[in-house]
Design a protein around this ligand. Structure first.
Ligand SMILES: [Zn+2]
Length: 101
């Protein structure tokens, strides 16, 4: 068995797995230590669960954000908001400024 050559990839994989586990442990540690980070995760998770709407064209359930800001991934329907966003940035800035005022 050519052990010296076949052993190297396994060792590299082991290092990568250990690095991934270490970074995951670090992320979990900081997630527990900083409540604000946990809140963001909870909000994102809530959005992922409830933020869906039926497409007015094909009726399939699509994430509200995607349906309004982009388009329906099933039939390509675009909301008026998405069509406005596709226009030059000057046109997009107006409603944002109005909402901030
Ligand atoms: Zn659709």
């Amino acid at each position: 068995m050519p052990t010296s050559r076949s052993r190297l990839p396994g060792e590299l994989l082991g290092i990568k797995v250990r690095a991934a586990l270490a970074s995951f442990a670090t992320a979990a540690k900081y997630g527990l230590e900083f409540p604000s980070g946990t809140n963001i995760e909870t909000a994102a998770w809530k959005d992922a669960q409830v933020g869906k709407d039926a497409c007015p064209q094909c009726g399939k359930l699509v994430e509200t954000v995607e349906l309004l800001d982009d388009q329906c991934p099933w039939c390509g329907w675009q909301s008026a908001k998405a069509r406005r966003a596709a226009q030059p940035a000057v046109m997009v800035m107006a409603p944002i400024a109005a909402a901030a005022a």
